[in-house]
Design a protein around this ligand. Structure first.
Ligand code: ADP
Length: 182
């Protein structure tokens, strides 16, 4: 069974939900950079103060800050890990590669959660998080298409990509993910 996994896809595709479900059933570590950053904001730490406005505008936090968070939280673990929300651009891909080389734990599989834009926008509006208003949703989708979507092709070339249709019910999607992991 594959143990070093990554979820890729647009905001609202359900990466966090599926990563969490998978983490519960496998006991792999679930590492969501968005979640870790939101925690910092809630706790009002120095880091949280630095990133709050950027996040609420739907923009990307600096590569260096996010890398620090990933390094701090991605421990060498025999159980395995699931990354969600990182990497988000090609520079982050490179940084992650370096980190994983040091850990001697290469990425084994990338789940690409694909879903139509209209579905995404509705889901995000329903979710209603601080960074989920119409304006920031547009910003996040634009940034996703420009900087994150190229990662799909990158991981496809490395033969790591598994395509998941994320426009369906939760259980069907998680069953699909499990089947592809085996
Ligand atoms: P979503 O999947 O809905 O976009 P996330 O929880 O993954 O939400 O991320 C929320 C916000 O956290 C992003 O809009 C961004 O500001 C910041 N963030 C998360 N991960 C990264 C990253 N890898 N690089 C830069 N910023 C990030």
């Amino acid at each position: 069974m594959k143990k070093h996994l990554l979820f890729l896809g647009p905001p609202g595709a359900g990466k966090g939900t599926q990563a969490e479900l998978l983490s519960q059933s496998t006991s792999y570590l679930h590492l969501s950079t968005g979640e870790l950053l939101r925690n910092e904001v809630e706790l009002g730490t120095d880091l949280g103060k630095q990133v709050k406005d950027i996040m609420n505008k739907g923009k990307l936090v600096s590569d260096q800050l996010v890398l620090e968070i990933v390094k701090r939280n991605l421990k060498k673990s025999n159980k395995g890990w699931i990354l969600d929300g990182y990497p988000r651009n090609l520079l982050q891909v490179k940084s992650l590669n370096d980190v994983l080389r040091n850990l001697n734990q290469p990425l084994e599989m990338v789940f690409y959660l694909d879903i139509p834009d209209e579905v995404l926008i509705n889901r995000l509006l329903m979710r209603g998080r601080n960074d989920d208003n119409e304006e920031t949703i547009k910003t996040r989708l634009k940034i996703y298409k420009e900087t994150t979507e190229p990662l799909v092709e990158h991981y496809e070339k490395l033969s790591l990509l598994e395509y998941i249709n994320a426009d369906g019910d939760l259980k069907t999607i998680s069953a699909d993910i499990k089947r592809k992991m085996a």
